[in-house]
Design a protein around this ligand. Structure first.
Ligand SMILES: CC(C)(COP(=O)(O)OP(=O)(O)OC[C@H]1O[C@@H](n2cnc3c(N)ncnc32)[C@H](O)[C@@H]1OP(=O)(O)O)[C@@H](O)C(=O)NCCC(=O)NCCS
Length: 185
């Protein structure tokens, strides 16, 4: 099997044994974003077992074997009072003045491992995968808002820009995060 085929589809963390996952973690790092690395090493396994979120892993056949991962979930968002009418209309497909809570698909984590070339696993590949899953759920039960948080670590505006290149827009921000959104359909 070529390394490309191997990398085509991510694996569900829930389909791995704890030993297999721990083996993959041995040479995995994400120095650009320690919070993301920490999530994978400390929380991902338990969160998956508790059905809080789902983590998907791209696994290759050379080191680092774990090439990247994405974590997806669902969360409720409270929209700020200051949100513009235009954005409200866009999100609710019509103006809902009284509604300030909404469910959203949540891209909780995205990471290409240290040492993996950008061409192999660019942001586009992660987002295509996430959108395909959200679209599938949207077809079956509705919900069209997708959100993600960019932590205000050093250099975070570059990350915001990268997401904006794929259609994400700012929803609101606080002292710790910029919350971005995109819509299905
Ligand atoms: C998020 C990620 C998949 C995006 O990949 P990409 O868009 O294909 O390509 P890049 O890695 O070149 O990132 C785009 C830009 O964001 C910057 N960037 C990426 N991660 C960053 C981080 N954690 N902190 C600050 N800047 C970051 C890159 O330096 C790059 O800037 P440049 O255009 O000036 O070169 C990848 O950068 C990554 O895995 N980063 C580490 C983990 C992470 O930050 N996850 C996102 C949490 S919101």
């Amino acid at each position: 099997m070529s390394s490309n085929n191997f990398l085509k589809e991510p694996w569900k963390l829930k389909d791995l044994t704890k030993n297999e996952f721990e083996f993959l973690l041995k040479d995995f790092s994400c120095k650009r974003h320690p919070l993301v690395e920490n999530f994978l090493k400390k929380s991902a396994w338990t969160f998956d077992k508790r059905d809080v979120v789902r983590t998907y892993l791209w696994i290759g056949n050379e080191k680092p074997y774990l090439r990247g991962f994405i974590t997806l979930g669902i969360r409720s968002i409270t929209l700020p009072e200051t949100l513009s009418k235009t954005k409200r209309k866009e999100i609710f497909k019509g103006f809902r003045k009284e509604q300030d809570h909404i469910h959203s698909f949540f891209i909780a984590q995205i990471c290409r491992a240290d040492g993996v070339p950008k061409e192999e696993l660019p942001l586009e590949k992660f987002l295509k995968f996430a959108f395909a899953i959200c679209k599938e759920i949207n077809e079956k039960v509705g919900t069209r808002l997708i959100t993600l948080d960019v932590a205000k670590i050093e250099g975070y505006p570059k990350l915001v820009k990268a997401y904006k290149n794929y259609g994400f827009k700012p929803l609101f921000e606080d002292s710790k995060f910029v919350v971005l959104y995109a819509l299905i359909g």
